[in-house]
Design a protein around this ligand. Structure first.
Ligand code: 9WN
Length: 440
C-alpha cells in the first residue's frame, strides 16, 4: 500500500481540492452549491461558502453575501434560492416559473423562491471580517448590517406565528434539512398523493441516486406546501389560519440567536448600539429553552405549532443550540450527553462520522440524505458550539473526523455515516468551504 500521507501533506492536498472545488463552482458573482444538482444560488450555502472563501479569496466572500442580500425582499426575507436567469428552464426543480416570485409584493427584480433558510449569515459575515479585518471588510459590514437586521426582524416579527418570539418555518426546505425525520410527524398532516409528482419532472434524481434523495411522496408534499404559500403570494399574515406546515425549528432559532450575538459584534464595528442585539439574543435563548427543550429527553426538538407539541424524533437538529454562547449550563450538559451517546457518537476520538439522525432509531437510513448521512455543515456548527462551550477535546475529535471524511472521500455533499463513503454531489461547495475553515 502507498505510505500514509503525513498531516501536513493531507492538509495541503485537502486545501488544494477545496480551493479547486470552490473555484470551479464560482459563477460571476456567486458560488453554486453544485453545478449539476443546485445550479443557482442558495441562501445558507452562501453563508458557509463565504466562511471558507474568507481564507483564500476574501473579496469573493463579500461578493457572495452581497449578491445574496441584493435579492432580499422588501419585508426583509432573504430568499432561499436566487435564480440565475441565464440558465435554461428545467435546470432545477422547482424553478423560477414554479415559484412565480414576480407576482408577490416586495420581491426583487431577480426571480427567487419565496422561502428562507437558517439565518447563519450574520455569523458568517462576522467570521469573514474577523479573519481579515480591512477597510473593505468594514465597508462590507456597513452595507450588510441594516440588511441583516431586517432579516432578523422579518423572522422574529412576521414569522412569529407561535407568538412567543421565535421564528416559525413554513416548509421543511426552510430548515435546510429537507427530509429529516424531524419533519415526518408535521408532514403527515399535509394532504398529498405521490401522483401529484407526475405533473412535474424532478431534476435531482437525474443527478443523484433516487435511493439517496427524498421520496416522490416527500416531493408531493413539498410541492403542495409551496403551492399553498404561493397562493397567498408568500404573505405571512394568514399563516396561523391554516398553512399546512408550521414548525419552530431548533436550528433556525439557534441560528437566529447566534445571529444577534454576531450582530452585537458587528454593531460595534459599524458604530451602532450592540445592546439591543444582546438583549434579543438573551430572549431568544431563554425562549428556546422554554419552548424547544425537553427535560425528559435532554435535547431540543422542533415544536409543531399545529398541534402545539414537540416532535419526538431525536435528530442532529437537537444538538445545534450549542452554538448559542448563552445556553445555560444545564442544557449544555444535556446536549453534550446526547451528542456523546450511542445516538450520535461524539468523542475525542470518533469511531464513525457524526450522523444527521439518531443511529439507534428504527427510521435511521444511512444512505438517504438528511435521514442518517453525515454532513459537513451540521458538523461544523456543532464544532463551533464545542469551541464556544470550552470543550477542546470533543471539538478536536469532531474536527479530525470531518477532515478525514473529506480527505478520503473528496468534497462530497454528504457521507455514509458508517463507512465515510462520499454520497450526493461529488463537488459540493459548502463541504469545500467548511473543510477550509476547519483546516485553518
Ligand atoms: C432544496 C443547496 C440545498 C441546501 C439544502 C439541501 C438541498 C434543496 C434540494 O440543497 O435542498 O432547497 O433541492 O434538495 O437540503 O440544505 O441548501 O445545497
Amino acid at each position: 500500500p502507498p505510505p500514509r500521507p503525513t498531516g501536513d501533506e493531507r492538509a495541503a492536498a485537502l486545501r488544494r481540492l477545496a480551493v479547486a472545488t470552490l473555484d470551479a463552482n464560482w459563477e460571476h458573482d456567486h458560488t453554486v452549491p453544485s453545478r449539476t444538482l443546485y445550479p443557482h444560488q442558495w441562501s445558507w450555502d452562501s453563508a458557509f461558502i463565504a466562511v471558507g472563501l474568507a481564507h483564500v479569496r476574501p473579496d469573493r466572500a463579500w461578493r457572495e453575501l452581497r449578491t445574496l442580500f441584493a435579492a432580499q425582499w422588501a419585508d426583509g426575507r432573504v430568499p432561499h434560492i436566487v435564480f440565475n436567469p441565464a440558465l435554461r428552464v428545467g435546470s432545477y426543480f422547482p424553478g423560477p416559473e414554479f415559484w412565480d416570485s414576480a407576482r408577490a409584493d416586495g420581491a426583487p427584480p431577480v426571480a427567487t423562491s419565496g422561502m428562507v433558510q437558517p439565518p447563519v449569515h450574520a455569523l458568517a459575515a462576522w467570521l469573514v471580517h474577523r479573519r481579515a479585518p480591512t477597510e473593505a471588510s468594514v465597508q462590507a459590514l456597513r452595507w450588510l448590517y441594516p440588511r441583516l437586521v431586517a432579516q432578523q426582524r422579518y423572522l422574529t416579527v412576521r414569522r412569529d406565528v407561535g407568538g412567543a418570539g421565535l421564528a416559525c418555518i413554513v416548509h421543511p426546505w426552510e430548515s435546510g434539512l429537507d427530509n429529516s425525520p424531524a419533519w415526518d410527524a408535521p408532514l403527515a398532516a399535509v394532504p398529498a398523493d405521490a401522483a401529484v409528482m407526475r405533473a412535474y419532472r424532478r431534476h435531482d434524481t437525474a443527478h443523484a441516486d433516487a435511493a439517496h434523495r427524498p421520496t416522490d411522496l416527500d416531493y408531493a408534499r413539498y410541492v403542495a406546501i409551496v403551492a399553498a404559500y404561493r397562493a397567498v403570494r408568500y404573505r405571512d399574515g394568514a399563516l396561523a389560519g391554516g398553512h399546512p406546515f408550521l414548525v419552530e425549528c431548533p436550528l433556525v432559532n439557534a441560528a437566529l440567536g447566534a445571529a444577534e450575538h454576531a450582530l452585537a459584534r458587528i454593531a460595534t464595528v459599524v458604530g451602532a448600539d450592540p445592546g439591543p442585539h444582546r438583549d434579543r439574543a438573551a430572549r431568544i435563548t431563554e425562549t428556546m429553552v422554554a419552548r424547544l427543550y425537553d427535560p425528559v429527553t435532554g435535547t431540543f426538538h422542533p415544536r409543531d405549532l399545529r398541534t402545539d407539541r414537540l416532535v419526538p424524533a431525536r435528530t442532529v437538529l437537537g444538538l445545534l443550540p450549542l452554538i448559542l454562547p448563552d445556553l445555560p449550563a444545564r442544557q449544555v450538559q444535556a446536549v453534550l450527553t446526547e451528542a456523546c451517546s450511542a445516538r450520535f457518537g461524539l468523542a475525542a476520538r470518533m469511531a464513525r462520522p457524526l450522523p444527521s439522525h439518531d443511529r439507534t432509531a428504527p427510521d435511521f437510513e444511512p444512505l438517504r440524505y438528511w435521514r442518517g448521512p453525515s454532513w459537513l455543515n451540521t458538523g461544523w456548527l456543532l464544532w463551533r458550539g464545542l469551541g464556544v462551550h470550552h470543550r477542546p477535546d470533543l471539538a478536536a475529535g469532531l474536527r479530525e473526523s470531518m477532515l478525514e471524511l473529506v480527505a478520503r472521500g473528496g468534497c462530497h455533499e454528504y457521507f455514509h455515516p458508517d463507512t465515510g463513503a462520499g454520497l450526493g454531489s461529488p463537488a459540493f461547495s459548502w463541504t469545500a468551504a467548511l473543510a477550509l475553515d476547519a483546516l485553518a
